[in-house]
Design a protein around this ligand. Sequence first.
Ligand SMILES: [Ca+2]
Length: 539
Amino acid sequence: MREKASDCQLLPDSSPARAFPKLELRSLLLRSFLLLLALSSLNTEHWLLNTSLAAAPKRPNILLIYADDQSYKTVGCYPESWPWVRTPNIDRLAAAGVRFHAAYLGAWCMPSRAAMLTGHHPHGVESMRMEGKYPASAYDPKQCPFWPAVFRQQGYHTAQIGKWHTGVDAGWGRDWDHQIVWNRPLHPENAGAYYERQIVARDGKEEWTDGYPADNYTQWSEDYIRGKTRAADKPWFLWLCYGSIHGPSKPAARHKGLYANAEVPVPKDIFPPRPGKPDYLNQTQAWAKGPDGTPIAGKSGETFGDTSGKQRQTFAGFVRQMNECVPAIDEGVGKLMAALKETGQLENTIVIYTADQGFGMGEHGFRTKLGPYDATYRSPLIIAMPGLTPAGKVCNTPANAPDLVATFAAQAGVKLPWATHGRDLTPLLRNPAAAWPHPCLYEFTGHHYGSSVAKLAKEEPDKAIYNNVPWYSVVVQDGWKLIHYLKPGTGDELYDLKADPDELTNRIAAPEAKERLAKLRVALKAELERTQAGFAANQ
Ligand SMILES: [Ca+2]
């Protein structure tokens, strides 16, 4: 080190810089020189910009916007949407990032949320259970920890706003620094109030809240983004859970009648027979022929939505009504994006738009979720962040909920103390056309979770059915889908999603698809083993 003695000769011994180690002194001098250079050639604004670029990358904020029961067909940037659907703000997000053709996050509200909170498929969510009056439910946070708590421990500020449907314990103070939650499991008496007065707990304190809930959730989220309800010095994660467009699907007053005259084509297989498809679809049939042959709701005159309760809803009316609930969310997306931009956070926030699951709107006779088909299960998924995602690209590789969790952890630099079932999607976010050798697994296990899934599948497989839909495990890969039912005798299904996106022709017995089927069976078995499902695909 003798040759560096000259460093110290530049300053007298009495200088405070004596206290600096030699390398720091050198760095200080260099920085002073660069500062003078910069000030002489740049204005202040550019200098600040250069400083921030030179700094270590900031950990991104994560804004997860999660709608309810929303088919991709209600989102305008999806080519399968009805041509009159208008979602300009969500479309703008897609134009700024990557739109996934398909996401398979969960079969219904509770398992989708359980998977999103743990990074596990339902068969790996130990202790989660339905208990008490629906939707009351419970779990043991020690057996079933939620990852936002880990984000908190590792420097993130976390928040959840809106609908909750995963145990009566909504995790405030453990998983969430800030929470304004409509806790349905805790208040079954208020659990149907999707569009009415809600009991919400604001940071643990309950209160009645008036107003249109989707608008409330947007406002509370905007407050959070703008810094009113969060720590200013931490990266943040906000899970915004809209209850829209879940039934009874009441549009905001300002949107009612928006699509009154919209033309609604009837899906090809809204009525049986459906040759080659499983018989249970006759039990889930939710549409009947009206006097003029057009579909009307239900086999026995059910009503839904904003009706007097006396008239049976038409299919077209149902589709219009569901769609009229979307603009409130779309406006919310616009407000939140504006808030990000105005507060200078747009460049450093990963924005995700998705829904807990899709919703059958006449396809295969459904007027609900639960089914294994794209129409019933598949969610919209858009992910955007400048510098991470290219603009306006489509990714044809499907994603599941554990994949999203693995991606969030990777992007945030947070190490989870347990292995998720997911795969970090970052390579696809950077290049949506990147090769992806992995199959996408998704499943339906009724109201069972954790090891109770394997127990029932092995010991009482005939009971592997819920709301008339048999349990299933599905893999999607290279544009093909294999549906394997865990209830014996149901009959499996195979679809070529590129040639037959409506899943009308079951090719399970097609000789030309034999190799494909064999490959998908191997993939399904491997995925179940990799995720320690405890049950095999050939039950
Ligand atoms: Ca749902």
